[in-house]
Design a protein around this ligand. Structure first.
Ligand code: AMP
Ligand code: GLY
Length: 422
């Protein structure tokens, strides 16, 4: 079987390594992949957003199945375009990917169907937004409607910060068309949990819960990033909370999407906050999380391709999806300066024993050498019986890997370990 995976980060590397465990998978193409993914797949230099070229490649190569991993091609309709030429896909169509592509859509969906989320107002007029801010409680949360490379959310602690966020999105078009509309919402507090779920539109099977570490520096300080590390399972996500989420959030969401004529098939990501008032949705993503995937898929015991095909075929209810009861941790090694400015082109040295633990996010092949090419460079993952061991092992392996200007957080999992002790 020939499979095509769209995307080129650590998440895609984790998906590819897992797909390779199925003996029927003879060939995997990664579009575009990266220098590290090239060890596990044939990389094809086609951008993940170049839908026409992706479709053309799929047809010419006779690809049997496609996995569309990143948000932008999903929102742009990569799945619709591939299905139109007869390529079965894992991932939602554009009509369902809008759950991530438009925060206004997502918030209105939750309101209409009574799914718990932060109270909010939406605006397409800057003056109306600014005048609303005059009486909005602080801190207040301002979100660009569309995709904004993870940078579209501002938590404003002062009225001035809030005004600046609105003006930079709506007048200065900091996020282009993505900021033409905005959501202003209530600031919530509580532990955050990421839950990825397989769904075929009718059946939904949550994966192991996880915890991201979004701040760049130790102690949850510094700028927001794409994610500096993850652990799974998330100790705050108790079986009781999981049941509550299934009843009040997960099933109502997929039923709502179906009722709206937008059945969601693929991986639906629930970004949750466990507030004093119960779990609430902070965000939906229409895809696997990065770096959540790098701890969740290593714990999947069932065959990933079988599960994905069941999602595509609408037969998820007929299969069993098993996860190990072990724990996993992933430490992201980044380039010094990330998420702001950083240098690229440093040679990466990975000992052979560490290879199996490394998911490559931002690296290129140059003259046979693996060199850094992005902000987040590697995700180093380990699985063990306890979270403590998984974290310790991930750090031990991380210390054997080197590249100039490497930096990583030293406290991935620390908060989860503290929570687990209570
Ligand atoms: P995002 O860029 O959508 O992943 O959001 C970034 C982070 O902003 C989330 O992980 C939360 O920590 C935080 N956040 C988003 N919405 C809220 C909210 N309503 N209240 C408090 N924190 C929030
Ligand atoms: N780790 C957060 C995300 O994938 O959006």
């Amino acid at each position: 079987m020939r499979i095509m995976v769209i995307g080129g980060g650590g998440r895609e590397h984790a998906i590819i390594k897992k797909l390779k465990e199925n003996p029927e998978v003879h060939k995997i193409y990664a579009l575009p992949g990266n220098g590290g993914i090239a060890r596990d797949a044939t990389c094809v230099p086609i951008k993940a957003t170049d839908i026409a070229a992706i479709v053309d490649f799929a047809v010419k190569t006779g690809v049997d199945y496609a996995v569309v991993a990143p948000d932008d091609p999903l929102v742009l309709g990569a799945v619709d375009a591939l299905e139109a030429v007869g390529v079965p896909c894992f991932g939602p169509r554009a009509s369902a990917a809008i759950i991530e592509g438009s925060k206004v859509f997502a918030k209105n969906l939750m309101k209409k169907y009574g799914i718990p989320t932060a109270a909010y107002e939406t605006f397409d007029d800057m003056d109306a937004a600014l005048s609303y801010l005059e009486s909005a409680p602080l801190p207040t949360v301002i979100k660009a409607d569309g995709l904004a490379l993870g940078k579209g959310v501002t938590i404003a602690h002062t009225k001035e910060e809030a005004r600046e966020a609105v003006i930079s999105a709506m007048r200065d078009r900091k996020f282009g068309a993505s900021g033409e509309k905005i959501v202003i919402e209530e600031f919530l507090t509580g532990p955050e949990v990421s839950v990825l779920a397989f769904t075929d539109g009718d059946t939904l099977i949550p994966m192991v819960s996880s915890m991201d570490h979004k701040c760049a520096y130790d102690g949850d300080t510094g700028p927001n990033t794409g994610g500096m590390g993850t652990i799974a399972p998330n100790p705050y996500y108790t079986p009781q909370i999981a049941r509550l989420c299934m009843e009040r959030i997960f099933m109502p969401t997929i039923q709502a999407m179906k009722l709206e004529g937008r059945p969601f098939k693929g991986c639906l990501y629930f970004g949750l906050m466990l507030t004093g008032d119960g779990p609430k949705v902070i965000e939906y993503n229409c895809r696997f999380g990065d770096p959540e995937t790098q701890v969740v898929l290593p714990l999947l015991e069932s065959d990933l391709l079988t599960v994905m095909q069941a999602v595509t075929n609408g037969t998820l209810g007929d299969i069993e999806v098993r996860f190990s009861d072990k724990c996993a941790a992933c430490v992201v090694m980044a380039s010094k300066g990330y998420p702001l400015s950083y240098e690229k082109g440093f040679e990466i040295s990975i000992p052979e024993e560490a290879e199996g633990h490394v998911y490559v996010a931002g690296a290129a092949k140059e003259d046979g050498r693996l060199v850094t090419s992005g902000g987040r460079v590697l995700g180093v993952s380990a699985v063990a019986d306890t979270l403590r061991e998984a974290v310790d092992n991930a750090y031990k392996i991380t210390e054997t890997i080197s590249f100039e200007n490497a930096f990583y957080r030293r406290d991935i999992g620390a908060r989860a370990l503290r929570a687990g002790e209570n």
